[in-house]
Write a protein that binds this ligand. Sequence first.
Ligand code: NDP
Ligand code: GDR
Length: 323
Amino acid sequence: MARSALITGITGQDGAYLANNLLVKGYDVWGVVRRSSHFGVVDHRLRWLGIDRDVRFIDGDLTDLSSLLRAVETAKPDEVYNLAAQSFVASSWQQPVLTSTVTGVGAVNVLEAVRIAQPDARFYQASSSEMFGLVQEAHQNEKTPFYPRSPYGASKLFAHWMTVNYRESFGLHASSGILFNHESPLRGVEFVTRKVTDGVARIKLGFTNELRLGNIDAQRDWGHARDYVEAMWLMLQQPEPSDYVVATGRTTSVRQMVEIAFAHVGLSPADHLVIDPDLFRPAEVDVLLGDPSRAVQALGWHPTTSLEDMIREMVDADLARLS
Ligand code: NDP
Ligand code: GDR
């Protein structure tokens, strides 16, 4: 019998790539979707990958434990991936209570649903490098102390520790992937890489002449979402649950990433880039650089896509979409 997986956040970037990955592996894939996402408004990512008809949807919301219990009872999943979140760091200062409720407490609702209705299921929590925040070590690994710098980071840290707690208290096979930034043509346009590739494509096609950004000195360890969802799956195939850092081991400034995107279409940022102080955050995570050694050694995982290739792929996808 085919194994089954339940994904929260299936309409997001990672949810779409993970669903695709699991379908290729032969899983029955179920997705929790918010009522507001229905009627083709948000499942465009699944359609882009050509899998919108291969996934079974269940109405639910991370803030509603009863809907999550029903989802778990219906799907009877072997694996549960909790990817749903208010995931945009900048918005988390404007909506701190919502972010805490969905990104933090929401994860506990999913853990509770699994514990009550399907305690043998394996559980994945989407933890984040934002938990490291104010970084005190050059490379961040599983032993690096946490110091979140936003309501989002603090909410993810709560969810992370609750995942560890459920593993140790109830014996759940609950793993947490501390994933560094990962992008793709399916990335939300509010995040900086996609904002840049979409903006560069618009400038190239003559729709606009400027691109407004905030702090371009921030540095991130950027990988491709397609590679990172494979790491999620690998974690749940291990006999013992654990926590893993998933990263490329290379950090690049926003400024350098912008240059790669403009160069791909033969333009220069100097002619189009505007720094907008309103886009700076109340507190910044200046530099992130992950050490994925444990994931490489224990999971046999490694990143396959360079930042340059990924940004070019994203610019080309945005040019095609806008044309
Ligand atoms: P997205 O923002 O693209 O997707 C978020 C998903 O969560 C969407 O499907 C959204 O549904 C869903 N969602 C939001 N609120 C609720 C709610 N109340 N109930 C149910 N579903 C909800 O995120 P990504 O795909 O980029 O990231 C996936 C996860 O990994 C997130 O938890 C994110 O915080 C985390 N993460 C991401 C990283 C990255 O670089 N991408 C790095 C580290 C961690 P809807 O379509 O209805 O809005
Ligand atoms: P991040 O991603 O906050 O790291 O969280 P984002 O792409 O939003 O920002 C990255 C860096 O770019 C700087 N920046 C800008 N960011 C945005 N969005 N828009 C701008 O105009 C802009 N100008 C400069 C930011 O200040 C920041 O330093 C992502 C999310 O996917 C989280 O859910 C996830 O947990 C982390 O990655 C790891």
